[in-house]
Design a protein around this ligand. Structure first.
Ligand SMILES: [Zn+2]
Length: 273
């Protein structure tokens, strides 16, 4: 019996308390062999900074806030549009025209008043802008501004902060790599995204011209898939239970046939970043 108890194979019948908002999550942490009280304390002392409050930012933010993450800073320059409502589920028609970060902050406070929420209306354009944001234990990037991932990667590697990218590529839900500077690979260690051939500048210009007005397709369920799996990895890392699926790899779930792809993102000792 004591062996089973020590190995977290047996739980006290009182472990589940319907009046404790985190009780069902506690059972989940115990499932990984973790001490649930310790996980919850770690989450309560954590601060996550979200760059992007759209489809993925909405769902990651509400997952982290309701799971008991202590503080969230929400950053977005955009305002709510009707075309957002198919996947940015914390917004309503009445919010159209309002700043996304402020509406999201209002909705999160309603769901967990214990979570300290700060909202910033704006988008970081350079390293100085990133340095001006509040310090956090982890940055999650779900904004699609060109060049932002490279900027965030350099900033986080320089300052020793964890960061994670979550997005979608057509029908593929994508998250990772979870970058832990000095421990895992970073965004620049391996080529992770498609780019125009560097030795054919004319082709790069042509591709840019053809795609000048490109608008990425986006879909509620694919956003939910990427958001939920990214949020779970954030909780694993900050709470210290289980192993994040996106450590040293960029993960993709192809929603049309549910195949899973893992791009290696392990550390390159000669990486310039
Ligand atoms: Zn690197």
């Amino acid at each position: 019996m004591s062996t089973l108890e020590r190995g977290n194979c047996l739980l006290s019948v009182s472990a589940y308390d319907p009046q404790d908002r985190y009780s069902r999550h506690a059972l989940f942490y115990e499932l990984s062999g973790a001490d649930a009280e310790r996980v919850q304390r770690r989450l309560a002392s954590a601060h996550v900074l979200l760059l992007g409050c759209g489809g993925i930012g909405n769902l990651v933010a509400v997952t982290l806030a309701t799971a008991g993450v202590g503080a969230l800073t929400l950053v977005d320059a955009d305002h709510v549009e009707l075309s957002n409502l198919t996947r940015q589920f914390l917004f309503t028609e009445a919010d159209a025209g309002s700043p996304k970060s402020q509406v999201l902050a209002r909705e999160l406070r309603r769901r967990n008043p214990g979570c300290r929420i700060r909202s910033v209306v704006g988008a970081p354009a350079d390293t100085e802008d990133l340095r001006a944001l509040p310090e956090a234990d982890l940055l999650l990037v779900s904004a699609d501004s060109p060049g932002l991932t490279g900027l965030v990667n350099a900033h986080c590697v320089d300052s020793g902060r964890a960061w994670l990218n979550a997005c979608y590529v057509n029908d593929i839900a994508v998250w990772g790599p979870l970058v832990l500077p000095g421990i895992t690979g970073c965004w620049d260690c391996r080529p992770l995204t498609a780019s125009a051939p560097a030795d054919e500048p004319e082709l790069a210009v042509l591709i840019g011209r053809i795609n000048a007005r490109y608008q990425a397709p986006s879909n509620g369920p694919v956003n939910m898939l990427a958001s939920s799996l990214a949020a779970l990895d954030v909780l694993r890392h900050l709470g210290g239970f289980g192993v994040p699926a996106s450590l040293n790899r960029r993960m993709g779930v192809w929603s049309h046939d549910m195949s899973i792809q893992a791009q290696p993102a392990d550390r390159d000792p000669y990486c310039s970043t």
